[in-house]
Design a protein around this ligand. Sequence first.
Ligand SMILES: *Cc1c(COP(=O)(O)O)cnc(C)c1O
Length: 367
Amino acid sequence: MNIQMVDVRRQYQKYKEEIDRAVLRVMESGQFINGPDVWGFAEDIQRYLGIKHAIPCASGTDALQLALMALEVGPGDEVITTPFTFVATAETIALLGARPVYVDIDPQTYNLDAARLEEAISSRTKAIIPVHLYGQAADMDAILEVARRHNLPVIEDAAQALGGHYKDKPLCTLGDLACISFFPSKNLGAFGDAGMVTTNNDALAEKVRMIANHGSRVRYRHEILGVNSRLDTIQAAVLRVKLKHLDEWNNQRRRCAHYYSAGLKDLEVVTPVEADYARHIYHQYTVQVENRDALQKHLQEAGIPSAIHYPIPLHLQPAFRDSYGYREGDFPIAERSAARVISLPMHPDLTRQEQDYILEAIHKFYH
Ligand SMILES: *Cc1c(COP(=O)(O)O)cnc(C)c1O
């Protein structure tokens, strides 16, 4: 058996003909920057989400930076987010000279605990970034209610959650801005880096577009400070083919997750909790266990890969902890989760036989 955390090769083999044709079409067109595939993909996403603007960019990290720049986040500002996420969420805040301010997570969903949000707001707060971690929505109504009361914009970090829902609404349509990643291992993955910012706000869309294009609307006239962040044309061609299958893949992920959870229910394993407001799309299937490192070693010996998302909460990362004065114990739920979580293989092409083998290996560990 050849079990992968994410099997990008198996997926490519399945859709090879159509993807190859799309990529070759770009090569033959000679249009390697922007062009019909890039704008076409942006329109596909707008239609898929029912959103007014989708602005392509070079990565999910860039999407976060562009969104923060559009909100004019800079030195002296604070941006509130979760300490339990991929580094990019806080890295972009810090790179712009602002301070990442963390709110501890809900122990069941691992997402920013909306009940603790208000106490983190200060006169310097410029924005709030909830992350839909592992593919499950943060509690957006509660977060937006606090944000609106304080007149603060919300950026959804939906890097792991394209295709997920909050109540009956698609993620990426709830905040003032949302950021998507098409990193190869994400639920909709390119064959390299790619990202996108979405918004229903015309003025913010115009600003993000300008910033992504060197602060320019008219060639060689640069109105504001910008960057070069484009979605590669070949990646757009690949993504256009793959987007058509995203809902089907997310359903397969859900089926696999429910099968895992049923198979693990009698063990000392804390399986993922689906909040009643969320349609979880399982970018990761992440459980909590007491003896995580021993379980990981046991799985590895059985030829089963696993991963830790994430072993160090952001407030304790060496790159951040000293400049902002955070300490161990500041966000105990994030810290406890970081010490206990482990993600099992999860992708749409995981066979039932592979799922059974993984469950069996975990049962053996506990018996
Ligand atoms: C992947 C990811 C990002 C960054 O996306 P890239 O495309 O890799 O730059 C940001 N935030 C979260 C939560 C992610 O999982």
